[in-house]
Write a protein that binds this ligand. Sequence first.
Ligand code: C2E
Ligand code: MG
Ligand code: MG
Ligand code: MG
Length: 289
Amino acid sequence: TSRATGRGTWSIYHPEMSQVAAYRHWIEAELGGALQRDELMLHYQPKVHAVTGETVGYEALLRWNHHQNGSIPPSEFIPIAEQCGLIQQIGDFVLRRVCEDLEQLPDNISVSANVSPAQFNRDDFVANLGRLINGTEIRPDRLEIEVTETLLIRNHSEVRRLLAQLRELGILLAIDDFGTGYSNLSTLNELRFNTLKIDKSFVDRLTDKDPAASTMVASIVGMARSMGASVVAEGVETQEQATLLRAAGCTIMQGYLFGKPQPLSAIKHHHRDSEAGPAGALPAVPQPE
Ligand code: C2E
Ligand code: MG
Ligand code: MG
Ligand code: MG
């Protein structure tokens, strides 16, 4: 046959490459088509208030369902997209879709989108995002951009300028996977992030048997507070972790304990149910256009 049909077969077609290199090559070749074939979609994972349990927002997470090979995780294709430049198109798709989807969610619900450092390489990134958000009816502060600490190791004045422009648009800024990378405290303070997302690796360590882990989380919370940022804990899987996070002062949690990433239709359904109002209430009167 002339085409690859399974992930284990690439080396037949590219005998000069290692398995890993061949797989990368395959991803790169298929990823452009994925956009055209409409194989990419967003799933939304809830962020929940630590005390009230209310859903305050969602994180948009990209999913790729390949027509032959099924689901391919973002941890595999995002780094390749970043290297081959396709992250620009993919990132545009994500931000456009998030804005469209925000229009279908209640006004008090925000959504965060992951943005790769490479997306900031384009001069018109902020201008495009501004056009996108201003072309909708949604308040800009319902959109949050998640960036990792790797962005901060770049040219400081350039990063500072970029983030200031985003803030001017009214979009919120989160630092993702916090604690795993290089962060200069004064830089962090200066860049005025709205949200600090504590990496799952810290949450994983939270048990009664590791009080040092709790102390660590409490100090991150304290630091965020002094910066005027809110804290989201990532990857919360157990009640014990949730209890220790609450005790450490963490106000928002995200993880399988509260909900897995789900398609928009599923989360919309959830909001319809919870907004049904008191029994016997009349349905809202549709407004004329
Ligand atoms: P991230 O932004 O740190 O997202 C959190 C990851 O942890 C997601 O994996 C999520 O599904 C997973 N997760 C959430 N709760 C739990 C939990 O309780 N237990 C465990 N074991 N995992 C949990 P996912 O969706 O596979 O995404 C992986 C990474 O890929 C993301 O890490 C992000 O860096 C990147 N990514 C995903 N979507 C996009 C996107 O649209 N654009 C860009 N540039 N990167 C994306
Ligand atoms: Mg994220
Ligand atoms: Mg994260
Ligand atoms: Mg993470």
